[in-house]
Design a protein around this ligand. Structure first.
Ligand code: DLZ
Ligand code: SF4
Length: 508
């Protein structure tokens, strides 16, 4: 009774439940297929990363004497279902399928149909690489008026025991050191880059394949330097802990010209496809704190992202899909300007965030939330176009993580499920957290003149445009008070300027 064990491109973990449960006669399937490679126009680096990491993972499985079927892209399989069908036909001794649950609702529907399609038993196992499963999350969410991350996070700290003292109280005397993560960066702050890896033979093959078959996708296939094995990813993470983490604690939200990574680990790229293990990462960071190598704001700030934010986001996704994807509270429907795909804009902050994205399939969370996300929110860009953009261009993006972060957190399209108020900010915030404005065509101190900063102009217009929906939000009262304190003539000038900018949005 041999089974087909299907391993997806973001399931490249030795501890995957489907691998743990496999028997000796079972056959593993990894497949590079058209549908997964093109449900959005993925950045070339994202495809290179996954195809190369899948090929390396298959190698390791083979070396451990497992039977592995690897279907590469040039074999032309259209979908995972067609790959599975092929294997079942070629190997009649296969009498069942086993797979660990996937990370996207779209694909879940396909997996759920396999039992009917193939007329064999299909075991879909829990993905216990995550710390909180759907049942635990639903229990936590049940009966709560608001699903705030902070309370979920405290439960996760208690559940994991991370950064707790012997009385189960938070080390450092408080749960959250968020305020100590937002220092303004000095202009001469020197970044410490994440570890880079030279492509080996397998990766070089994949780079050629992607350059040929995905020529029109965003990004270039040339400068790929990410880890593609678990061993490399662990090296990269150890480098982060010893060389970057201390400064990451202080400057999590900082942005500087031409410094795409600053002190960020970029390990979401590896964690989200399975090359790193969340428990191992958290233990490394906790140990660095206990050995006094990093301060509490660094250790807590990092662990919060993993066991707090990341698990919370996943919980929200599975709790609220598929309805969540249809939400558009602010009726945002303006087309995405072309510079989201190339970064040719006079707005320096947008140019930086987008060009980093196009070069590396990466930009850090504040660039995503407070630059490209904030701009999309203020300008009322189409929610589906924006969420598809994030899903396509980031190497760490799968819908479970991308959708709530974009639709909920950045665009407030879920009417406050995730965030208690929209993350709308004017140029002043960007000026405080970066040195971009000094290098910009627009004037960050201006809101109505010829070269007024578009973030200022659109910020006020956003408030005015959405007052009916946001005016009663308790956390927006100060913003609306400031708006109403403006003289009618000034309000009109701001709105006229916004109209002008919105008409020529593509040319800003
Ligand atoms: C993102 C991606 C890409 C580009 N290609 C593949 C692929 O060819 N084969 C595969 O198994 N997975 C791929 N993936 C990742 C899947 O899309 C991912 O598993 C689902 O989105 C669920 O999270
Ligand atoms: Fe961005 Fe405005 Fe600053 Fe220019 S002036 S970098 S558009 S915030």
């Amino acid at each position: 009774m041999a089974k087909l064990i299907v391993i997806l491109g973001d399931q490249l973990s030795p501890a995957l439940s489907a691998l743990r449960e496999a028997d000796k006669d079972d056959i593993f399937l990894l497949a590079e297929v058209k549908q997964e490679a093109s449900y959005v126009k993925h950045h070339k680096h994202k495809i290179i990363l996954l195809f190369s990491a899948m090929r390396h993972f298959a190698e390791v499985l083979r070396q451990q004497d497992n039977k592995v079927i690897y279907l590469d892209y040039e074999q032309g399989f259209s979908s995972l279902s067609s790959a599975v069908e092929h294997c079942l036909q070629q190997h009649p001794k296969l009498t069942g399928i086993m797979i660990t649950e996937c990370g996207e609702y779209r694909l879940k529907q396909e997996l759920d149909s396999w039992h009917e399609t193939f007329k064999v038993p299909v075991d879909i196992l829990e993905d216990d690489r995550f710390l909180c499963n759907a049942t635990m999350f639903a229990k936590w969410a049940d009966g709560r008026k608001q699903l705030r991350m902070e309370y979920f996070y405290r439960e996760m700290r208690r559940y994991t025991g991370l950064l707790l003292d012997s009385k189960k109280q938070p080390l450092g005397g408080q749960w959250n050191f968020d305020k100590a993560n937002r220092k303004t960066p000095p202009a001469d702050l020197k970044a410490v880059a994440p570890m880079q890896f030279k492509p080996d033979e397998i990766t070089s093959e994949v780079i050629k394949l992607v350059a040929e078959h995905f020529a029109d996708n965003p990004g270039t296939a040339d400068n790929f330097c990410y880890a593609v094995t678990g061993k490399q990813a662990r090296q990269a993470f150890n480098h982060f802990v010893s060389e970057q983490l201390g400064k990451f604690g202080d400057y999590q939200d900082a942005m500087l010209m031409d410094q795409p990574f600053l002190f960020h680990s970029i390990c979401s790229i590896y964690l989200n496809c399975g090359l790193l293990d969340v428990r191992w990462m958290c233990q490394k960071v906790e140990a660095a704190y206990k050995q006094e190598k990093v301060a509490i704001n660094a250790a807590e700030g990092f662990i919060r992202q993993l066991i707090g934010w990341r698990e919370y986001i996943r919980g929200i996704y599975w709790l609220l899909m598929p309805d969540y994807k249809t939400r558009n509270f602010l009726n945002a429907e303006r087309p995405l300007p072309g510079y989201y795909w190339h970064g040719n804009t006079k707005m320096r902050c947008m140019q930086q965030a987008i060009s980093h994205t196009m070069t590396h399939a990466y930009s850090h969370h504040i660039q995503r939330l407070m630059i490209t996300g904030n701009f999309a929110l203020l300008a009322g860009l189409d929610v589906t176009e924006v969420t598809d953009w994030y899903l396509a261009v980031y190497a760490d993006a799968y819908e479970w993580v991308e959708l709530p972060n974009t639709l909920g957190m950045a665009l407030y399209a879920d009417d406050g499920v995730l965030a208690s108020k929209p993350y709308a900010a004017s140029g002043a915030y960007i000026n405080r957290m970066s040195n971009y404005c000094q290098h910009c065509h627009y004037k960050v101190k201006d809101s109505t003149g010829d070269d007024a900063c578009p973030f200022n102009v659109l910020y006020w217009d956003f408030l005015a445009r959405n007052e009916q929906k946001l005016g009663s939000n308790a956390r927006m009262q100060l913003a609306y008070k400031n708006w109403h304190n403006k003289a009618p003539a000034q309000q009109q000038a701001l709105r006229d300027k916004a109209e002008d900018y919105l008409i020529k949005l593509d040319k800003l």
